[in-house]
Design a protein around this ligand. Structure first.
Ligand code: SF4
Length: 347
């Protein structure tokens, strides 16, 4: 398989003060300049193979959505590289972004915000098809739009309605159809089912998987619900405070989570694994502020395994078994187990 997306050492920060004067501080009899910054994404790297579903998972605010939005250039990256089909798109100019964005489409948690309330669904779907020249004339574009609507479980009759006339689940189906309308190769799905009822969630997930097989695209899937990512993913990255702490295939990650944070996250979801994770491991403390990141391992304040070196040395994301990457000082290479088995048993 070839890599469709490569993300290398991605960094995203947001200035809290835009105004230069707001940055001036008077301290110890002197004026100094401060630049308070939210460190949203901190050195994130991952690949997505063609045809693969790669999921980023983690608690709210861990940086997974910001990572996705930076990949699609809704936010300009501070540093790092983004390659799509081998082409460096990190800094392609705005005028070239249109073609690139056709290839990568995004499905949002709330599709209603991105549906024009004054347009009927048929127009919403037909417009991008015509704009990108993906049909020979309006009649062919409308035919394609109706096919897509039917493919996501809606009818041609419903194409004549406005967005407010649909339920949340139906609007998400429309959002999916609109993403498909421009024939993308890659879909970024940002919490696409988290606002829906559980019964509707399963239907939408099944549609996403069926469409993947039919249209042969790849996914970057963003979710905080482990049962959802377990259902849909081929491989996953677990994020904490803007970094990936563990990355592996679904099988490896769910059968042998290694990083202390992954273990705690998984154990908080009692239904995810009947074999290996059976004790809840409550994390102590609060998630640190992304404005003032901890030194060393970002997880050290809350980690039950922390050693003195963890507060000063940043653990690199290392391959500990083939395809299984972990950022923890206590994990030895060649074996995704802790150095100290007796301590591992306590986590
Ligand atoms: Fe815990 Fe240290 Fe590993 Fe960080 S590096 S996860 S603090 S043991």
């Amino acid at each position: 398989m070839s890599k469709i997306l490569q993300v290398e050492h991605l960094v995203q920060e947001f200035d809290l003060t835009q105004d230069l004067l707001d940055r001036v501080r008077f301290k110890d009899g002197r004026f100094t300049m401060e630049r308070p910054v939210v460190h949203a994404v901190n050195d994130v790297s991952f690949d997505v193979e063609t045809g693969e579903v790669f999921s980023l998972v983690g608690e709210s605010g861990c940086g997974k959505s910001t990572t996705a939005r930076t990949v699609i250039r809704l936010h300009e990256p501070r540093s790092g590289r983004i390659l799509f089909e081998g082409r460096d798109i990190t800094h392609i100019p705005q005028k070239d972004l249109r073609a690139f964005r056709r290839q990568i489409q995004m499905i949002f948690q709330d599709p209603y915000a991105s549906l024009n309330p004054r347009q009927k669904i048929l127009e919403i779907l037909t417009e991008p098809i015509l704009f990108h020249g993906l049909a020979l004339g309006r009649a062919a574009a409308e035919e394609k739009a109706v096919y897509l609507l039917e493919r996501v479980g809606l009818s041609a009759e419903q194409a004549k309605r406005y967005p407010h006339q649909f339920s949340g689940g139906q609007r998400q189906r429309i959002g999916i159809a609109r993403a498909l309308a421009v024939e993308p190769k890659f879909i970024i799905a940002d919490e696409p089912v988290s606002a829906l009822d559980v019964s509707i969630q399963a239907q939408i997930l099944n549609i996403l998987m069926d469409l993947k097989d039919e249209f042969r695209f790849s996914y970057l899937f963003i979710a905080h619900d482990l049962s959802v990512v377990k259902h849909i993913s081929d491989s996953l990255g677990v994020m904490y405070l803007g970094t990936i702490v563990e990355r592996a295939s679904k099988r490896a990650l769910f059968s042998n989570p290694v990083h202390p944070y992954t273990k705690a996250l998984f154990s908080a979801a009692p239904t995810i694994d009947e074999n290996n994770i059976n004790q809840s491991q409550e994390l102590k403390g609060e998630i640190p502020s992304p404005i003032h990141l901890p030194s060393g391992c970002l997880f050290h304040d809350r980690c039950p395994m922390a050693e003195p070196e963890c507060a000063s040395a940043v653990p690199a994301l290392r391959e500990v078994e083939q395809g299984h990457f972990v950022a923890c000082h206590l994990v030895k290479e060649g074996n995704a187990e802790y150095k100290r088995d007796e301590r591992s048993a306590q986590v």
